[in-house]
Design a protein around this ligand. Sequence first.
Ligand SMILES: Nc1ncnc2c1ncn2[C@@H]1O[C@H](COP(=O)(O)OP(=O)(O)O)[C@@H](O)[C@H]1O
Ligand SMILES: [Mg+2]
Length: 194
Amino acid sequence: MSEPGTTTSEAVTLELPDADATRALGTALAGLLRAGDLVILTGDLGAGKTTLTQGLGAALNVRGQVASPTFIVAREHPPLPREDGTRGPGLVHVDAYRLGGLGELDALDLDSSLEDSVTVVEWGRGLAEALADDRLEIDLERPRGAVPGSGAGSGAGSGAVDGLEDDPEAGTRTATVRAVGPRWAGVDLGVLRG
Ligand SMILES: Nc1ncnc2c1ncn2[C@@H]1O[C@H](COP(=O)(O)OP(=O)(O)O)[C@@H](O)[C@H]1O
Ligand SMILES: [Mg+2]
């Protein structure tokens, strides 16, 4: 038996060598997610949170271009009909940075209900935990070139030997996927390894 708030399956760590790999993780996630699910994406600016959500949105076949939710609180992507005419869940893409708490989502009066959607929250850590017993937590990290342009000191060439620090798009990412709550009991995240 699993208790709310506890990790219910093995965490999975994945190497994402390029943006396509990040998108592919989003695609793979679509196979696990269903209406009512919550995904919390954590990672620095440029870590790949929006890129992952783009892969997810494409695989869910939702309307509209998934973009950075900055300057808006939440963007709704309703499901488009599949070839057989049925529709899967829509996507609600939230910038938690602008949200005081997940409860505020209700106050936004979205057209789509969260029960009928997959909800993805960028920068959601520390915010959604208390409000949702069931969630997928995905941490995106850049092991190298962690802070673009920081230069790691001012000495000539220091910290920029391979140029990663100067290129915000460069650098393999590591994704760690963790499932929490009874909804995920017995779900094998290993399928995300592709
Ligand atoms: N695994 C990866 N390897 C290299 N570049 C990546 C990877 N994933 C995403 N990117 C690139 O990093 C940039 C920032 O990604 P983005 O998804 O906007 O980050 P975030 O939403 O976390 O701020 C984009 O140009 C994207 O193509
Ligand atoms: Mg983003």
